[in-house]
Design a protein around this ligand. Sequence first.
Ligand SMILES: Nc1nc2c(ncn2[C@@H]2O[C@H](COP(=O)(O)OP(=O)(O)O)[C@@H](O)[C@H]2O)c(=O)[nH]1
Ligand SMILES: [Mg+2]
Length: 242
Amino acid sequence: MCDTCGCGDANLVSVDVHQSLLSANDAQAAALRLRFTGDGVTVVNVMRSPGSGKTALLEATARAFAGRHRLAAVSGDLATSHDADRLARAGVPSAAITTGTTCHLDAAMVERALQGEIGAAARACEYFFIENVGNLVCPAIYDLGQHANVVALSVTEGVDKPLKYPVMFRHADLVVLTKVDLLPHLPEVSVAAIRDALARVMPEPELIEVSATKGAGLDAWLGWLEQRRAAALASRCEGFGS
Ligand SMILES: Nc1nc2c(ncn2[C@@H]2O[C@H](COP(=O)(O)OP(=O)(O)O)[C@@H](O)[C@H]2O)c(=O)[nH]1
Ligand SMILES: [Mg+2]
């Protein structure tokens, strides 16, 4: 059972067992992160509800980074490979992780997905994106070996969602406010109110406003990715020096 939202069956999986599963996941994720860091790959875990614009953000990122950086991705969904197919069409070597009934990815699923061509692409790229299963809560508590957590929050969700579902935002390094091209049609949605809500739940609030379809804000998003990559590479150099 998830210790945050309580999904799953508490009678079948005790909390103790769940804690030990999480520890095993953390150990596997730490090994993955070490391997990615050693390969010079920056791993970004993109989370949020279905339809918030995660895949569209990654498609736009692929278009904008084309010729500058190599990308690879895995995309988690309960069923279908639709998103991995979309990313592949955008030029990103991608694999689908279909979870069946599971509402989040874990490190073992990511590790299992990294076989064959996608495994090779994930080791040779600069940015490896993990599009997590569309869900408001559970993905946040599973470490996948990422260097950064990004939450894609869309303007159509309303300004109070960070306050109502704080868990994911507590784990976020960045919130990308998506679909900002729709703001003129949503007079009741105030970006200032969203920023205020985030300031109450994020340890270090950071928000970038993006329209994946119109391109607004993409430069700031790409700049943020470059900064995170520089930090991840610097940590690798420190590791070698110590
Ligand atoms: N207007 C607008 N629509 C968007 C934008 N980003 C995504 N969408 C639309 O939102 C819907 C869900 O996007 P998708 O990327 O599949 O969301 P995901 O489920 O989080 O991966 C699709 O119909 C997209 O075309 C955007 O920046 N502006
Ligand atoms: Mg998607």
